[in-house]
Design a protein around this ligand. Structure first.
Ligand code: G1P
Length: 295
């Protein structure tokens, strides 16, 4: 079945980026000249998603406005003959159909996804977390959709190998590989932010999921979990008891842009990956290495 909708929770306060996030949603902080959310929505579109559902909170209007048309700005650019810029912003306004729903209380990721239930309706959908950007020849959501189709439209979680000492930052999966390449496993258990000593593996999700609508039934009945929040991981676990959940080790390079170090890393690397900025960044790095005697 075609996956048409992606839920992107964007209600978080972005405390790791204060004070910038006092007034600007963290999703709007740019990496080079594109806000972080642009890269995430682009992944959705390249995966065939037709409608993006943002789960928002107060102070997040800039995200919806970004994906809308801005006729004042378009007029200004026309009058000033800035045709290239005009085309660029018009294209963003037409990228994808955007809908939003408010998460009135910050009760956790599981609660945020449940807020999108009525808009998603009774069909499978994707969930994409915007804190992490994954880049590669094939968008991750597309890879997961392919796996889902291969296994009779099952639920699929995108996972990657992480440093075994850092399992406490993620939802970590347990299961048995079902393919000969050891890329896809039938998941039997998922633990939210386990300490290394009790982690079931070092395969963790950076927030890429394909769900059947039954996830909403699970989300409605889970109690509060880790951190006193309704955890998506707990609902996935419940789902795994009643239907099939697969975890797929996706291909692609992941950038954890939810913290300053990951953000700096992505900024430098994206600039090196982009043909318009590659030369500039190479020159800057070279100068800095010499000036600060970086070894
Ligand atoms: C959330 C999820 C976690 C996942 C992580 C990826 O945690 O609960 O399972 O691994 O996103 O970024 P958060 O980072 O929001 O605490």
């Amino acid at each position: 079945m075609k996956i048409r909708r992606a839920v992107i929770p964007v209600a978080g306060k972005g405390t790791r980026f204060l004070p910038a996030t006092k007034q600007v949603p963290k999703e709007m902080i740019p990496i080079i000249n594109l806000p972080m959310i642009h890269y995430v929505v682009e992944e959705a579109i390249l995966s065939g998603i037709e409608q993006v559902i943002f789960v928002t909170s107060s102070g997040k209007n800039a995200i919806e406005d970004y994906f809308d048309r801005n006729f004042d700005l378009e007029d200004f650019l026309i009058k000033n003959g800035k045709i290239k810029e005009l085309e660029m912003i018009q294209q963003i306004g037409k990228m994808v159909e955007v809908t939003s729903v408010r998460q009135k209380e910050q009760l956790g990721l599981g609660h945020a996804v449940l807020c999108a239930k009525d808009i998603v309706g009774n069909e499978p959908f994707a969930v994409i977390l915007g804190d992490e950007i994954v880049r590669g020849p094939n968008p991750v959501i597309k890879q997961l959709i392919n796996v889902s189709q291969q296994y009779n439209n099952a639920n699929v979680i995108g996972v990657m190998e992480v440093d075994p000492l850092e399992t406490y930052k993620y939802g970590v999966v347990k299961g048995e590989f079902v393919d000969k390449n050891n890329k896809t496993m039938r998941m039997t258990d998922m633990v939210e932010k386990p300490l290394p000593a009790v982690a079931p593996s070092n395969l963790a999700t950076p927030g890429r999921y394909i769900f059947r609508p039954e996830i909403f039934d699970a989300l409605k009945v889970i109690p509060k979990g880790v951190g006193g929040e309704y955890q998506l991981t707990d609902a996935i676990n419940l789902l795994a008891r009643e239907s099939e959940v697969y975890a797929h080790v996706f291909e692609g390079q992941r950038f954890d842009t939810g913290n300053i170090e990951g953000y700096l890393n992505a900024t430098v690397e994206f600039a090196l990956m982009n043909k318009d900025s590659e030369e500039m960044m190479r020159k800057i790095i070279k100068e800095k290495v010499e000036k600060y005697k970086i070894k």
